[in-house]
Design a binder for this molecule. Structure first.
Ligand code: HEC
Length: 137
């Protein structure tokens, strides 16, 4: 760092200090808060996908939640259920599904909820459409 008057160097120094502090707090040097928030929630969803894989959800719900004969397709679950309902299903289980409240931390449940709530593409089931369509619209 050369040149610049004393006061300018002083100001730059302070800026750098503040910048460094911000970087420490946010653990990211991106100066765009929206991009950071977006990246954070994407990271959470990815952690949720990992938990889904590691904790045996796939055993019944299939890879990426596409469903098996033991558990329903979750590919459109974000449209069907709100986050608290998804969290409750995971925490308390259901008729067939075991409760995971003891097996998972709150963070893991939260990550799963973010992952599943973002699943909004109902996989198209071939041509049973007429009945489904008329009851839906
Ligand atoms: C032993 C099989 C089994 C496992 C393991 C399992 N589930 Fe389920 N899950 C089911 C069944 C069956 C249902 C249907 C409702 C019921 O009977 O509880 C269900 C329902 C759900 C629903 C609600 C779907 C809807 O449309 O209402 C969510 C969300 C869900 N499971 C998430 C998970 C997650 C996340 C995990 C892993 C932590 C998991 N499940 C592990 C069998 C399972």
């Amino acid at each position: 760092m050369t040149g610049g008057g004393v006061s300018v160097r002083f100001a730059v120094g302070r800026l750098l200090l503040v910048g460094a502090a911000v970087c420490l707090v946010v653990a990211s040097c991106s100066f765009s808060p929206t991009a950071t928030a977006h990246a954070a929630s994407k990271a959470v969803r990815e952690q949720g996908a990992a938990v889904f894989h590691e904790k045996g959800c796939e055993h019944c719900h299939g890879v990426d939640g596409i469903g098996t004969d033991k558990g329903p397709d979750l590919s459109g679950v974000g449209r069907r259920l709100h986050k608290p309902e998804i969290a409750k299903q995971i925490h308390d289980g259901g008729k067939e599904m075991p409760a995971f409240g003891d097996a998972l931390t709150n963070d893991e449940i939260q990550q799963l909820v973010e992952y599943l709530a973002a699943k909004k593409k109902k996989v198209k089931r071939h041509a049973t459409a007429p009945v489904v369509a008329s009851s839906k619209r």
